[in-house]
Design a protein around this ligand. Structure first.
Ligand code: NAP
Length: 273
């Protein structure tokens, strides 16, 4: 039970397909006490059974990260119910649909600002507000994607946000290291979730990733959950400022494997349609 005695808050569970749900499950299985948040009343109703299943009890709080007053209220609730906390999971992203397909240079300033606010600035604000109640053996985890490092079709605006999020992870790690607080990111391979459904041609992304990753598969929320739990636990006490890939190895590939026929013609080893 590597998380026994640990208490923390997980933001970003929309349903049982969410990556944050996979992380919450893994943390609970290893003995952690977990609080979760919901965006608004509509999601409160939908998430109630999930909060019950995860054994959150009363520790089920509203938090729309675009509202600073809700982040402040979250801190008050956590302090009242837990005293100190040992981990935070930030598994939140949003970009207006117009920013997730089409011509990159048509992105509007409004869409840009919304995506950066909710997907990046929220991490800084959450960590700053919750800092006074974080123990000196705390761990913060956020979720990124390879589209923040390399071009990925349609990922457009979210690619810029993930790039900023990965650097935010490193700057926060330096800021908070002296307080015994670690900050890391997982760069997960594509997984079919609510947020992913907004990305143009996501089905193709899934096929391409499984065909061209060394493990020849797509990752699951259980796999990301277990890696996330490791980064939140003391097992990773020497790790901070890292972006840890959980993507079946896709990111290491410089070129897709090619099969050559007897005439010397190459064919990409690709089993998608
Ligand atoms: P998800 O289940 O849809 O989770 C996204 C979460 O963000 C939802 O719970 C959503 O809440 C929340 N959110 C959006 N705006 C918010 C706001 N203003 N305040 C509070 N919460 C807000 O999708 P997911 O795929 O698990 O995404 C989690 C994270 O993993 C994201 O950062 C995503 O970019 C990242 N990621 C995903 C993949 C993938 O392929 N799925 C790969 C790599 C990284 P509501 O649903 O209630 O709006």
């Amino acid at each position: 039970m590597v998380m026994k005695g640990k208490k923390g808050v997980i933001l970003g569970i929309a349903n049982k397909k969410s990556i944050a749900y996979g992380i919450a499950k893994a943390c609970r299985e290893q003995g952690a006490e977990v609080a979760i948040t919901f965006l608004n009343e509509r999601f409160e109703k939908k998430l109630e059974p999930v909060a019950t299943e995860l054994g959150c009890g009363e520790k089920f709080y509203p938090c729309d990260v675009s509202r600073p007053e809700e982040i402040k209220a979250l801190k008050e609730s956590l302090e009242k119910d837990f005293g100190e906390i040992d981990f935070i999971v930030h598994s939140i992203a949003f970009a207006p649909k117009e920013g997730l397909s089409g011509r990159f240079m048509d992105i509007t300033k409004d869409a840009f600002n919304v995506a950066m606010d909710i997907s990046v600035y929220s991490l800084i604000e959450i960590v700053r507000e919750l800092h006074p109640i974080m123990s000196n053996k705390s761990s913060v985890l956020t979720l990124s994607y390879y589209g923040g490092v390399k071009y990925i079709p349609n990922y457009n605006l979210m690619g810029i946000a993930k790039s900023a999020l990965e650097m935010t992870t490193k700057y926060l790690a330096e800021d908070l290291g002296k307080d015994g607080i670690r900050v890391n990111a997982i760069s997960a391979g594509p997984i079919k979730t609510l947020a992913a459904a907004g990305i143009g041609d996501f089905g193709f992304m899934l096929k391409w990733n499984s065909a061209h990753s060394p493990l020849k598969e797509n990752v699951t929320i259980e796999q990301v959950g277990n890696s996330g739990m490791y980064l939140l636990s003391d097992l990773s006490s020497g790790v901070t400022g890292e972006v840890h890939y959980v993507d079946a190895g896709f990111n290491i590939m410089g070129m897709p494997a090619v099969n050559f026929d007897e005439t010397g013609h190459g064919k990409i080893a690709w089993n998608g349609e």
